[in-house]
Design a protein around this ligand. Structure first.
Ligand code: FAD
Length: 389
């Protein structure tokens, strides 16, 4: 990609090399078995990938969002689920750094930087995903802390993580509802499905995005101390979580670029190896048109993703850029993967080739971190603000 610093090139090069050496050969079997990639996650801890954006004073690498996004491209090029293992953690660490109290930064960031402590991120509920203000989970004052009650859905990393960045209502009567929502740093025992006040479901069976668990959390009188309120600020949670998912959107765009890169690289190689009617299929114009469209969409997705990451790094309001990058890169990924499958013919449909996995992974990107319908609403709102008469 263009305009990268020497440091960014070096880090991205290191991750790429590791992905090619360790992830590409092992991901297919792990994914088909829906098995958590223990060894790869340990390697990622060793590479410092759980602390990419955590400041150096807490033991992280202290790198910017652009470098983080470039790393996510490489991870997703190998296996999108690795990006799933790091993303909720990355959002939670960023939120603690941005909004947390000094005590919270001291308590969590150093252990998060090494990956010793991993975090999930939980807003969605069985009846409410896009409509965040409709959540029903409550945290009610109870002695010197809070008691949490409610049902959370689709919590990625929710079993193995040692903490959950959780959104709950502290003032269920607030109008508008977002004024009564609070962020909690909920500590729990990693890997234990049943603990006092918290039951964790078996991992949900998913079309793709396998290997990383996605679970339901049922809270019933789960006790947390007052010090777990993010930033010590009751009823500030909605804005904090919206800022968090804005970053998440850049990450989802980067995943789209990663998946699309893998699909394109497989397709252009296969098109030159596979022959029909006496010549490589790459010599048929119908295939060339596909390759040209795929590469053009991929390039546009890369540039929009970099644009959003850089806007965020410059401290600018970036919901427009992040929304556009997420929308375009994920729709492009879906189309590019499908074209790659068509280029592979019947083999694209076989588990022997990685295309079927990319095909199953890509649609999640259209749904996660705000569906693409919601992205369009965010984009349109910002455009109307900007062009108001
Ligand atoms: C594998 C997986 C992992 C996930 N991991 C997490 C996680 O770690 N943490 C977490 O909090 N959540 C997670 N989610 C949840 C995800 O963020 C939601 O699924 C997503 O926000 C959509 O919400 P929903 O599924 O409730 O769909 P709904 O909100 O019910 O939407 C259904 C449809 O209606 C459309 N729609 C809704 N409202 C509008 C509107 N106002 N205008 C136009 N169209 C609209 C949507 O675009 C969609 O097409 C995960 C989901 C999946 C599938």
């Amino acid at each position: 990609m263009d305009g990268l610093t020497a440091e960014q090139r070096e880090i991205v090069g290191l991750v790429r090399e590791w992905v090619d050496r360790e992830v590409v050969p092992t991901a297919p079997a792990l994914e088909h078995a829906d098995e958590f990639p223990e060894q790869l996650v340990d390697d990622m801890k060793g590479l410092g990938l759980f602390g990419v954006t955590i400041p150096e004073r807490y033991g992280g690498l202290g790198l910017d969002l652009t470098t983080y996004a470039l790393i996510q491209v490489e991870l997703s090029r190998g296996w999108m689920s690795l990006s799933g293992v790091t993303n909720t953690h990355f959002i939670a660490a960023w939120m603690i750094d941005a909004f947390g109290t000094e005590d919270q930064k001291e308590r969590y960031l150093a252990r998060m930087a090494t990956g010793e402590l991993r975090s999930a991120f939980s807003m969605s509920e069985p009846h409410a995903g896009s409509d965040v203000q409709a959540i029903r989970t409550t945290a009610r004052r109870d002695g010197d802390g809070y008691a949490i009650d409610g049902q959370k859905m689709w919590v990625t990393n929710g079993l193995r993580a040692g903490m959950v960045m959780l959104l709950a209502k502290t003032d269920p009567a607030a109008d508008p509802p977002h004024r009564g929502m609070t962020g909690f740093i909920v500590e729990k025992e990693p890997g234990r499905p049943s603990q006092r006040g918290l039951e964790i479901s078996r991992p949900l069976k998913k079309l793709g995005y396998r290997g990383v668990e996605t679970v339901e959390l049922a809270f019933e009188g789960f006790r947390v101390p007052s010090s777990s309120v993010l930033g010590g600020a009751e009823n500030a949670g909605f804005q904090q979580f919206m800022s968090g998912i804005e970053l998440g959107r850049v990450n989802i765009a980067a995943r789209g670029v990663g998946i699309a890169t893998a699909a394109f690289e497989h397709a252009i190689r296969y098109a030159q190896e596979r022959e029909s009617m006496g010549k490589p299929i790459a010599q048929h114009q119908a295939i060339q048109l596909k390759l040209a469209d795929m590469a053009t969409k991929l390039r546009a997705a890369q540039l929009l993703t970099l644009d959003a990451a850089r806007a965020k790094d410059e401290g600018r309001r970036a919901d427009l850029e992040a929304g556009m990058a997420k929308l375009f890169a994920t729709e492009a990924a879906e189309e590019i993967v499908f074209d790659a499958m068509r280029i592979h013919g019947g083999y694209g449909y076989s588990e022997e080739y990685p295309i079927e996995r990319l095909y199953r992974d890509a649609p999640l990107l259209i749904i996660g971190e705000g569906t693409n319908e919601i992205q369009r609403l965010v984009i349109a709102r910002r455009l109307l603000d900007r062009h108001a008469l």
